[in-house]
Structures are given as C-alpha cells and as structure tokens.
Write a protein that binds this ligand. Sequence first.
Ligand code: FES
Length: 621
Amino acid sequence: MSAILFLPSQKVISADGRRNLLELARELGLPLQAACGGKKICGRCRVVIEETGELPAPTDREREALRELTERGYRLACETVLCGPARVRIPEESKILPPVILTVDGFGDIPVRLRPAVELCCLEVPPPAVERVTADRERLLKALEEAYGFKKIAVDPLLLLRLPQTLRDRENRVTAAVWNQRELVGLFPGREERLLGLAVDLGTTTLVAYLLDLQTGKRLAVSSTLNPQVHFGDDVISRIAFGQKDPEGAVQLREVVREGINDLIRRVAEKAGVRPELILEAALVGNTAMHHLFLGLETRYLAQAPYPPAVQESLWVKAREVGLAIHPSAAVHLLPLKAGFVGSDIIAGILATGLHRSPRVRLLIDLGTNGEIVLGNRDRLLCCSTAAGPAFEGGHIRWGMRASAGAVDRVRIDPETLEPTLRTIRNQPAQGLCGSGILATTAEMVRQGILLARGNFNPLVRSARLRPGEDGQELVLLREWEALGGQEIVFTQRDAAEVLMAKAAIQAGTGLLQELFGAPPIAETLLAGAFGNVADPDDVRTLGLIPAVPTGKIRGVGNTAGYGACLTLLNKNKAREADRIARKMEYVELAGNSRFQELLMDSLLFPGAQDFKDYSWRGLC
Ligand code: FES
C-alpha cells in the first residue's frame, strides 16, 4: 500500500485502492466539506491532486461539477480512489469552517422561578451501632428521611459501589443528590454546594452546550462546536442515508455526536472551573432525526411518508446509558417530539417564546433545511414542516455556504450603477453566501428590478455585472481577482429559482395554517435560529417570506431551542409544560395536501418585484 499525504494538514494515510478520498479524509478527521454525504450530488468535496502516479480520468459527474477546474488538478473526493502514493490538497473553499454560533445571550439572564428536579441534601449519617448492625445504605436512607422527609427513595445501584467509602471519607458527613424526590443520583463526601445542569441544543449544523448553576440560575459557561456529523452530510436526509448504508454507519453517527457533546462538556466545565461529575441533570433538544441519531434509534422511517418518529414522548435516560461524560447517574431528559420533522427544538422554542400562553396569535418560524412553522396562542397551536429545501442554509445555491467567517451576510446593490457592496462575517475575504446573504442578494435584485416577480432575470436590465452562464443568467457579485481562491462569486437564475421555491414553501405552509386557524390577525412573527436573528426584516418582507405584517412586528428570537432546554433544567414544571405543549400541538401534514399545493403555486412570486403589480393587474396572482 502507498501513502497519501493530505495538505495543508500534512496527515498521511495508506491508499488501499478501495476507499475514496472522502472516506480517507473522514478517517483522518480532516475538515473536508461533503454536503451530500458522499452521494456525488453536491460537488462540494473538491480536492486538488498535486502529485500522483496513475490517475483515472475525471468522471462525467466530475466534469459537470468542476468544469475547467479539472485542468488545474481539481477532483471530487467522493469520486476519486487512488492506489499509488499521492499528494492531495484540500483547498480553502472546500474546508469545513467553524460556524458562527448563536447562544441564548440575546435573552440575558433567564427569568424563571428556580425549582430544579435535583436537590442537594447535607447529612450526618450515624455510624453503625455495635449492638444492632444496619447496612450503610439503610442508615443513609433513614438519615435522609429524618432530615428531609424523603420516603421510599430508590438508590441508583451504581452509587452502591462507592457508598461505604464515601460515607467514611468525611466521618459520615455526606451530601446526597436526590432527583425528583424519588431517586438518589449522587453522593459526595462532606459538604458539596454546587449543583449543576447541562442543556444541549443538538443542531444539524452546530452543537451548543450551556452549563447552569441550578441553585442560582446563573449560566456559568456556554460553548459550541460544529456538529461532527457534517462529515457525513450537511442535512439529516444525507445522514439518514449514510446510517442505512451499513450497520456501522448508524453507530458512527451516534458515536461522533456523543464525542462532540463530551468535548463541549469538557470545555464548559473547564471555563467554569468545575468538575463535570457535579452535573446532575441534563436536557437535550434537537430535531427528530438528531434526537434519533443521538440515541441510536432507527431513522429509516423518518425518511418515508408519513415520516413517523420511533417515539414522541419525553424520554429520561441515565447519562451512562448514552455515554455522556457527566455524573454517570445523572438523569438525561430528551424533550418530546411531535412528528418526523417537528422535533423537540420547536417545542422548546414554543416554551421559550411563550407562544402557548399568548392571548394574541403569533407565528414562530424556524428556517433550516425544513422550515418548521407554528401558529397559535394559548387556545390552539397549529404546526407544520415544509420541505423548504436547504436554500436558506446555503444548500443548492451555487456559492452558498453556512454562516462562517468569510460568508457574505449583507448585500446592497446601487440602484444607479448596479454595483454590489458586500459585507462578510468577521470582515474576512468573501468565500460564498450564507442564508442571510442569499436572502439579501435576492431581495436587492428584486428591489432593483433585476429579478422579476416570477424569479427570472429582467431581460431589459443591462450591466457589466450581468451575463449568461451555465445556469441561466447570472449576477457577478465578486470578480475573480476579488475572491478567495480566485473564483468569482455569482448568483444565478437557478439560485433565484431555489430561493423562490423555498420562500413559496414557507409562505404556503403559513398560509395553510392561517386558513385552518380561521384567518386570525397575526400580532407578531418570530424568526428562530441563527438565520432568523440576522435576517433583515425588510428583505423578508420584500420576498414575501411571511404574511404581510409591518416590519416592526418581525422579530429574530435567537436560539429558542437552547433557551427552552435551559428553562426545563431550572424549573422542573417547565419540563412538564413541554409535554403539555407537545400534546396540545396539532400537526398538519403537508405531503399530499391539495390546498397546500394550491397555495404553493400561488406563492411562486416575489411580491416586492417591480412587475408584481402588472401580474396583479392581469389577474395572475
Ligand atoms: S459530491 Fe462529493 S460529497 Fe457531495
């Protein structure tokens, strides 16, 4: 076997003539993009073969995706299998960059009455009497009953292993951690005053962990990381497919996400200067696929209509059963799910925003690969999930990317010269367009008359920035010499069609819920998630993404999923409230819904376009 040297990491692996370069890069943990998970669809896994012996000719798929780049040694890693020694470079534009993470900081302190499920009980346990020997466990439980009134407490069998020694370490003075007044989940020698909780938002792209002091309600530390499952595909469907490939696939997905969470646990504990074993309860939220992949549940049927989840109810498991590096006896709460594409992240979002208690009807939209929509108030909650496609996360867009340093997030186009001005995240050289950049580009093109209501380029507009391309007309946002990697950044006719389809799906889903609700006035629209926080309400309105409400009534609400998970840790009643929300939600399945299809067709227009009035006048919308 011969060695393959990956650059710039300088990591080496043996070429076995069997596995492709993407699989080898994965094994080395290299940050190589693979949006489609290796299904040879996305064209993102580009590498440059700098040196090798025999190299098979590019496949048709490679020629289509890479065009003239093949002459500069570019290949698709998931298409390329090498047998001999080689030097392979992962170019800047193919690297997985750390995403910009949104935490619950936008909410400030978490105002909730503290009522954690775990209580710390300081005890002095009488030593065994010579005349009548009683076991350590029984004396401990008796002391607990006498001092705190807790009866019939179960003891996690794992604690028995060290119980005798723990009692004697500090002369029978211990601190017992009791969960929900019914189970002993921790025992510490002497007086232990810290009681910690961990909330985790299991996002498809990012994992975020919050460390909370359950006695003061303070957030001690927050940390985030790229979900390591992105090496197996950007979206949940690619990952589900990867998990089905062979039995090892699902195990790999489960293990990498657990490792990612454990890495976050180490980081938040280090930041706060505490031991992870003091974390005595955890709450996890995420979409249904992430929930199932974390637990190792079957995901096959989540990808088949009617997309039933394996379970909907809240689950409580022990930390050791799911491999979390906190106290092994800690209870881990997985909040309830509603449907295959309406997960606990949405339920936590409702909890966080108080939608279910609101006297006025409000709309909550979480824009991701699927746009989850909830419309409701204290009387009724309707929800659906639209297959909006990944356009708002940069997927299926020629120069789309996730929100990382260097992603264009704001675009303005001069109405006179049509020259674009771009703003990038962290002011880094532009590499592509993230969701808000895609939204802004489309909205600006609509405002300046470059895009017409049906999403096609206006043939009457002339500019040096506009030209025909492989995917129809295109707008050159960044010229070759201005871009990292010497690639122009363009926005194409096909991109505009993707955005139009995604926005139509959201608009039609919202419209259907409104009709089912009886067309109530919507007091406020809340945009959840990182995208919602940065999207410009003017752009949202120009494209008609949501019902026509004044700009001031659209609000980005940040990471409501993480915030909701924190609430359930700080007050155990909130965990029950999440269960009630799940039961109250009415799920509307859109697949095969003929009214949704009608609304979808009607929504395939940009209402802010200059020719929109013409269409209205001609009765076309
Ligand atoms: S084309 Fe190679 S990972 Fe998508």
